[in-house]
Design a protein. Structure first.
Length: 346
């Protein structure tokens, strides 16, 4: 609610109460679609508000249509109001760098064009110095094999975006998560930033608070709380496209459309896993019956159950919750890092 009140002040051109403003500072970041930059900052302790909008151009009060069509030089950005006694600008920079590809000069993932280019807009010389230092540190870290192209620019007038775009990750959570998955942003972040891999090189499960940020409520309930989604009212029960299904949390390959069959149960069903080693089985004595639960190996996500009433050649039916899965289309396997499974669809 506090964020919405501050956004309303900004839209009306009214300053927030002086007593609060004296303890707050601004930070402005751009890194592709503003929905995906606003969301992570919304959960940072010490951040008072994160507002999606436009900056970097000369036109007054630009609209989304004008920005997206190239009628103005503005880019999508997020203006953050924060309490510097609770979170430092350096900590905000650390969060920012982990949200996008800073080596891509053409946009961010499948968002292409000037309006999606990345930039840090500094509000004073101290912010400029910290931003430049953090960029140099990232460049020298060896994390990326291409130059960091994110610009560091003086702050310009920031125009809040239309109400539709504010808190999009909350108001339209399902579409927002699909958008993130489809863009490849989350896979890029996991590959380049973590969750950090331990010495054995295997996936390390994120903390519950991070998972709540990344997953929809249903995805969290299914994978972390062993819930079951409703039959015939889930994303993949009747999905027929060619591709593979990976763990929504870790991205580990689990099942393939080549092993999917119509079970009539209302949940996606497979007669065998794509990678058997990625499936862990447990005896489940809940609900006054004994079943065999299946979970993913590295993320420990609850997936569903396996039954012995499936078709040949295995006679098994892996009855899986759609909410535990992310689908990767056959034509996208190589670009998303699953090229080794392309042979299934040749």
């Amino acid at each position: 609610m506090k964020r919405l009140i501050l956004w309303a002040f900004a839209m009306a051109g009214i300053s927030a109460p002086v007593a609060a403003a004296q303890e707050q500072a601004k930070a402005t970041f751009a890194g592709g679609c503003f929905w995906c930059i606003e969301a992570p900052f919304d959960k940072v302790a010490g951040v008072v508000s994160a507002i999606s909008g436009y900056t970097g151009g000369q036109r007054e009060n630009p609209t989304y249509k004008e920005v997206s069509s190239g009628m103005t030089e503005h880019i999508e950005a997020v203006e953050i109001t924060f309490d510097p006694t609770a979170v430092s600008y350096g900590e905000l920079l650390a969060t920012y760098w982990r949200q996008f590809d800073p080596t891509d000069a053409g946009g961010s993932f499948y968002d292409r064009g000037h309006q999606y280019t990345s930039a840090i807009f500094y509000h004073d010389e101290e912010q400029r110095a910290q931003a430049e230092a953090s960029k140099r540190e990232l460049e020298s870290s060896g994390r990326f094999d291409k130059p960091i192209v994110t610009a560091i620019r003086p702050a310009q007038t920031f125009y809040p975006a239309e109400a539709y775009h504010q808190d999009y990750h909350v108001k339209n959570a399902i579409h927002y998560q699909r958008y993130r998955r489809g863009s490849g942003r989350d896979r890029f972040i996991a590959a380049n930033w973590g969750p950090a891999l331990p010495a054995d090189g295997k996936f390390r499960k994120p903390q519950p608070s991070e998972l709540r940020d990344r997953l929809t409520e249903l995805q969290y309930q299914v994978t972390q709380e062993d819930a079951t989604e409703r039959p015939f009212r889930n994303e993949y029960w009747d999905h027929k496209a060619a591709g593979i299904y990976v763990d929504i949390v870790s991205g580990e390959p689990l099942f393939s459309s080549t092993h999917k069959f119509k079970s009539g149960t209302g949940w996606p069903s497979f007669y065998q896993p794509l990678v058997a080693d990625h499936i862990v089985e447990h005896v489940d004595d809940s609900l006054f019956m004994t079943r065999v639960e299946v979970r993913s190996k590295y993320a420990d996500s609850h997936l569903g159950h396996v039954f012995e009433d499936g078709p040949a050649p295995t006679g098994l039916r892996y009855c899986i919750n759609s909410a535990a899965l992310r689908f990767v289309a056959a034509e996208n396997l190589a670009t998303e890092g699953y090229g080794e499974y392309g042979y299934l669809f040749d």
